[in-house]
Design a protein around this ligand. Structure first.
Ligand code: IMP
Ligand code: MG
Length: 213
């Protein structure tokens, strides 16, 4: 993977007035160009594997919306699209309970081949739980496709069927991935400056349980 310092790199977005998100980025880890190449490669595999097969892409909100929208437009075979919102509440006491919303309706699950799409496979709990739930509700098959894979963080045994990039054990933002709800609209994947994390951590400790999507 290419690591390039953000200083001097033009991201094509004017900073505008006031605070720019780009000022909070330490390093660009995956550039826009690299992202497109990674998605093309995965979209080709998915197209090959699903040709002649009915299937639905289920995008896990909010994080995967950017990736899913780019991915499906590179898959030139028929598919259906659905969404599920998965929120894990991590208050430090246990592994975090998963709350699901916008879950696909019965007709969208029963007997369907489902491709679950997420922004990042971290501990694996979100994917593991969603797959189990979809299988329980009668899906014929559930595969998964992730934009990023962070295998060092895995807490449950889970491997994605398709993945664009493997990343180190480092908190990343951009291209759908957030920190405290922000940075999803960055067109690249980057790491945050430590000073940004330190100041926001203090604020989230004060407000109680952290929520991720
Ligand atoms: P898992 O259940 O631990 O695999 O959690 C996956 C979810 O955690 C992702 O969908 C993200 O919302 C969030 N997450 C994990 N790692 C990161 C990261 O580095 N940046 C932003 N969000 C992350
Ligand atoms: Mg997410």
């Amino acid at each position: 993977m290419l690591w390039s310092a953000v200083g001097g790199v033009s991201c094509g977005i004017p900073a505008g007035e006031g605070h720019s998100m780009h000022e909070d980025i330490d390093q660009i880890l995956i550039s826009e160009e690299e992202i497109q190449i990674g998605i093309d490669r995965v979209a080709e595999s998915i197209t090959r594997d699903y040709r002649g097969k009915d299937f639905s892409v289920v995008s896990i909100l909010k994080g995967s919306c950017v990736f899913a929208s780019d991915l499906i437009r590179r898959i030139p075979i028929p598919l259906e699209l659905a969404f599920v919102a998965a929120e894990s509440y991590r208050d430090g006491t246990d592994s975090g309970e998963l709350k699901m919303n916008f879950f696909p309706s019965e007709g969208e699950i029963e007997g369907r081949n489902i491709l679950l799409v997420d922004d990042i496979l971290d501990t694996g709990r979100t994917m593991w739980s969603l797959k189990a739930e979809l299988m329980t509700r009668g899906a014929a098959e559930v595969r998964s496709c992730v934009f990023l894979d962070k295998p060092a963080r895995r807490a449950v045994e889970y491997a994605a069927d398709y993945r664009c990039f493997e990343v180190e054990d480092l908190f990343v933002v951009g291209y759908g991935l957030d920190y405290a709800g922000r940075y999803r609209n960055l067109p690249f994947v980057g790491s945050l400056k430590e000073s940004v994390i330190a100041s926001k951590e203090a604020a989230s400790r004060a407000s109680g349980a952290a929520t991720t999507e």
